[in-house]
Design a protein around this ligand. Structure first.
Ligand code: SF4
Length: 468
């Protein structure tokens, strides 16, 4: 049986304890968020489509982990069979390290190794992945003509059925993976020893808990850290916070004693101590719309980006408007809702409706991490910035006014804002609305519409709370 795999190796590079926990105590892992689950599914869907670039291969995917030895043996038989030219998810094991390679393609007397990524650019993690796979393939004695990473071509425009050869780009990483082989070898040996330890390695919490990825054992490792610890502040970066923490500043009182009482960090720690939130009201009020608008509408856009474009004329991850809710006392029943959940091809109709609807208001209030004006310009809902209404993005305004609450350490979301300002139970998550809206399920669509409206009501309530 193998000790390391691609995912556990990458985990071990981030933190030895995370690797140990994954191998020995996986049940202590935090639950996957909806966004993480969607990301995994997206990766699987793109990987299957990529097979069409080298069609007619044999799929070696095991049905369960117990099949790995059998599939590894079959992979070897196929390597030596002149009948087999392409394998998907071929299984190899070397030095207790198991990999499944997305595609292995016969290339004369050698093989071309291809690993597929569902993004439009390559990251360090992808290069590390490839280096581990090369280490195993080379260790197994597979002669490679090249090792390539395949990823989505940002310039591809769908026109009719998907042209997979145009949809994907490939980049050779052969030189890189050869150069990294010694590094991988050292790390494999080191990480195997970690897994063999009789107990979890002593690793303190630190910057590695979120870098490069949020670790899914934080619920376990951070459980002794008080929920209102200064480690959850955002005014200082994590390097500074942990530096202080490991040098004896291990309580909010000690932290406060070192800070200028008017510093942002001190205000954040005080918010933690009083179980409250912090806003720089002076800045907030300078940002308030002036003069007071006579007519306000609250806009909640549900945008969607598909890795593989489904509508002609669109590119990978191109943004389309899947739905919107526009709340105002001037709208019939207080809120106008539009969506194209059942036929995404109709999404451009949103543009005409929004051009007409928004023109009736002086102020459009929203809450989005995106620049809404840029989004409206991109979709030509506004042609230039000289329209009759102003866009007021609460997300930007709150950031500029240094809004802080411990929950926003993981990012400012409407759900967290609602908890901070109104201490009400969390009803929804924006990513869940998107999931419902793309569920191919009428009940899901209805739920998405209701949540879109409910979310907009929080935007309206927040604006009124802060500016009226
Ligand atoms: S939470 Fe931090 S210390 Fe704990 S396993 Fe993860 S990265 Fe390591």
């Amino acid at each position: 049986m193998h000790i390391l795999s691609k995912s556990t190796y990458i985990k071990g590079l981030q933190c030895e304890k995370a690797l140990y926990m994954q191998k020995k105590h996986p049940y202590l892992r935090d639950k996957l968020s909806i966004e993480q689950r969607a990301k995994f599914q997206r990766g699987t869907d793109v990987g299957v489509l990529a097979h069409e670039v080298f069609p007619g291969g044999i799929d070696m995917s095991p049905n369960s982990p117990s099949q790995f030895p059998k599939k590894a043996a079959e992979t070897w038989q196929n390597l030596n069979s002149p009948e087999v030219n392409v394998m998907y998810e071929a299984v190899f094991q070397y030095n207790d390290t198991l990999i499944m390679l997305d595609m292995l393609v016969r290339d004369g007397d050698q093989w071309l190794a291809v690993e597929v990524k569902s993004s439009m650019r390559l990251s360090d993690t992808y290069y590390n992945d490839a280096a581990l796979q090369y280490y195993v393939l080379h260790g197994c004695g597979v002669s490679l003509s090249d090792f390539r990473l395949m990823y989505l071509n940002p310039d591809y425009v769908k026109n009719g059925s998907i042209d997979v050869k145009q949809l994907f780009k490939m980049e050779s990483v052969m030189d890189y993976v050869i150069e990294r082989e010694a590094f991988v070898s050292e790390n494999v040996e080191r990480l195997k020893k970690v897994v063999a330890l009789p107990h979890s390695p002593l690793v303190n919490i630190g910057t590695q808990c979120n870098d490069p990825y949020p670790c899914d054992f934080q619920g376990h490792c951070w459980k002794l850290i008080p929920k209102n610890s200064f480690l959850f502040t955002t005014a200082m970066d994590d390097d500074e916070l942990f530096n202080l923490y490991f040098n004896g500043v291990n309580s909010n009182a000690k932290m406060l004693s070192r800070l200028d009482s008017d510093s942002l960090e001190a205000h954040q720690v005080e918010a933690l101590e009083t179980n409250s939130y912090y806003i720089d009201y002076k800045t907030l009020y300078t940002l308030a719309p002036q003069p007071k608008p006579k007519s306000i509408a609250y806009l909640n856009l549900l945008l969607h980006r598909l890795a593989v474009p489904e509508i002609d004329g669109t590119k990978p991850y191109e943004e389309l408007i899947l739905a919107f809710a526009l709340q105002s006392e001037h709208e019939p029943e207080g809120c106008f809702v539009w969506d194209c959940f059942e036929n995404h091809g109709l999404w451009k109709k949103a543009v005409d409706i929004l051009i007409e609807k928004l023109s009736h208001y002086e102020l459009i209030v929203c809450f989005t991490p995106q620049n809404l004006t840029t989004t409206l310009l991109r979709h030509e809902i506004i042609q230039n910035k000289e329209v009759g209404y102003k866009v007021f993005n609460l997300f930007d305004v709150l950031q500029q006014a240094h809004f802080y609450h411990p929950a926003i350490k993981r990012g400012l979301t409407l759900q967290r804002l609602e908890t901070a300002l109104f201490s009400e139970p969390k009803l929804f998550e924006h990513s869940r609305i998107l999931l419902e809206a793309t569920s191919n399920d009428l009940i899901g669509y209805q739920q998405a519409r209701e949540d879109l409206v409910a979310e907009n009501e929080i935007v309206a309530k927040t604006y009124q709370h802060l500016f009226k």
